[in-house]
Design a protein around this ligand. Structure first.
Ligand SMILES: CO[C@H](O)c1c[n+]2c([nH]1)[C@H](O)[C@@H](O)[C@H](O)[C@H]2CO
Length: 440
């Protein structure tokens, strides 16, 4: 079997993705304020290799070369995020024009190179001053987010045709306020569920505001979804999988597409459920023009915890390589919900890449991409309206709590000299997206 670009509809978008905190650096430049990740990285023990995003890939200064690099891959689109602390250093009120100027230059640079900008308003870098007032646990942050969305949309307007409000509200709430592995690093389920609710409220309020400012643009949200499989057909394993599906997937899909929380999980959360005010679900379930799905792997659930199938291979993050899970997930959401066009807004893998003679032969990542692009095509063949696929990531970057110890890029970054070196996976992707019939 060979996966070819022509296996997809002509208007199918292939792209690459990054995020502001992971690549920009320049955290104290041109008026940028502190984000919760600047604070988190300064707390000893939070980041595996003790690093932070102060320099990262120095994209804030190297963006012209990076856009040339993206253009050289032959992709249609570039998914990036705007750093709220560059736009409003205090998270509210005064706007930092130098911050807006940077993103205006960046977007114009994409357009000049024939790259379609896919903008994410929030990819986790909350202004620290808002966290000082409770962060997403504070309902007011939802309204500050809508004000920030207005500022960005008014400046970038129709030049950007696709705006995602949030990247992965599950990560910005559960991983950050309950599990504590991400900034701000709290461990409080009640706070996490309040944060999740206010993130979804902020999403809805931002969509409402932007509808009038960028009427021709496509507005959506990006969710990390993970299909949950039972370890066996025993009742307790099936129940474990349904609970995992509920807390990870349905807790976010239902408020967005059904205007409610899933009853089984609401009941399971008991006293920790969020305060829902009249009108909240009308906001969270605002009609949207696309759903972004970030897929990396599945979960296999047993009554006593998750299972790691021994017959599978695993990435450097310890995530099972399971491309069928992407097809199953897309078919399921298409069946269970009335969804708009879906983009795979992130898919990729970390492997311990080695630079050998100026080359990186990342064969495992090539196989990962081939299998998941194929899985995307399989979902399209099964009637799912998938409109695009963005590889995570363009280049190696700051991998959150893992620092720089995990490389997800299809382009290798030598952090010593900020050199970018195409890995074999970038060359494979280039042949795919430029219709050179990449073989599987
Ligand atoms: C369980 O994986 C999540 O869906 C997920 C994986 N990832 C993400 N979310 C984030 O959106 C990126 O910033 C990460 O760099 C990337 C790789 O870890």
């Amino acid at each position: 079997m060979t996966i070819k670009r022509t296996d997809f509809p002509d208007n199918f978008i292939f792209g690459v993705a990054t995020s502001s905190y992971q690549i920009e650096g320049a955290t104290n430049e041109d008026g940028r304020g502190d984000s919760i990740w600047d604070t988190f990285c300064r707390e000893p023990g939070r980041i595996q290799d003790g690093t932070g995003g102060d320099v990262a890939c120095d994209h804030y200064h190297l963006w012209p070369q990076d856009l040339d690099l993206i253009q050289s891959l032959g992709v249609d689109a570039y998914r990036f995020s705007v750093a709220w602390p560059r736009i409003q250093p205090d998270g509210k009120g005064p706007v930092n024009q130098k911050g807006l100027d940077f993103y205006e230059r960046l977007v114009d640079g994409m357009l000049e190179r024939g790259l379609q900008p896919y903008l994410t308003l929030y990819h986790w870098d909350l202004p620290q001053t808002l966290q000082d007032e409770g962060g997403w646990v504070n309902r007011e942050t939802a309204y500050r987010f809508a004000e920030y969305a207005r500022v960005v949309a008014e400046r970038l307007g129709g030049r950007v045709r696709s705006y995602a409000t949030l990247n992965e509200p599950w990560c910005s709430s559960i991983l950050s306020y309950q599990i504590g592995e991400h900034a701000p690093g709290l461990q409080d389920r009640r706070a996490a569920l309040a944060a999740a609710h206010h993130l979804l409220l902020g999403h809805g309020e931002a969509v409402k505001v932007m509808r009038d400012i960028v009427p021709g643009s496509s507005l959506g949200i990006v969710l990390n979804l993970q299909p949950a499989y039972p370890a066996s057909d025993r009742e307790e394993d099936v129940a474990a999988a349904r609970f995992a599906d509920g807390t990870f997937n349905r807790w976010f899909l239902d408020p967005i597409f059904r205007g409610e929380y899933p009853a089984d999980i609401w009941d399971a959360y008991g006293e920790d459920v969020p305060t829902v005010q009249d009108g909240d679900f009308a906001a969270t379930s605002q009609p949207i023009d696309f759903l972004g799905v970030n897929y990396y792997s599945r979960s296999v659930n047993g009554a006593t915890g998750n299972v790691r199938p021994s017959e599978s291979s695993y990435t450097h993050m310890g995530w099972e390589v399971y491309p069928q899970g992407l097809t199953d997930l897309l078919v399921r959401i298409n069946h269970d919900y009335t969804v708009p066009p879906v983009y795979i807004t992130e898919n990729g893998a970390a492997y311990p890449d080695e630079l050998e003679g100026g080359r990186v032969h990342d064969a495992q990542r090539v196989e990962y991409f081939k299998a998941h692009v194929q899985a995307t095509s399989d979902a399209v063949q099964q009637g799912v309206n998938v409109a695009g696929y963005f590889a995570w990531s363009l280049m190696d970057n700051f991998e959150w709590a893992f620092g720089y110890s995990r490389r997800f890029g299809m382009v290798y970054v030598d952090y010593g000299n900020q050199q970018r070196i195409l890995k074999d996976s970038a060359k494979w992707y280039q042949t795919l997206v430029t219709r050179q019939d990449a073989g599987v």
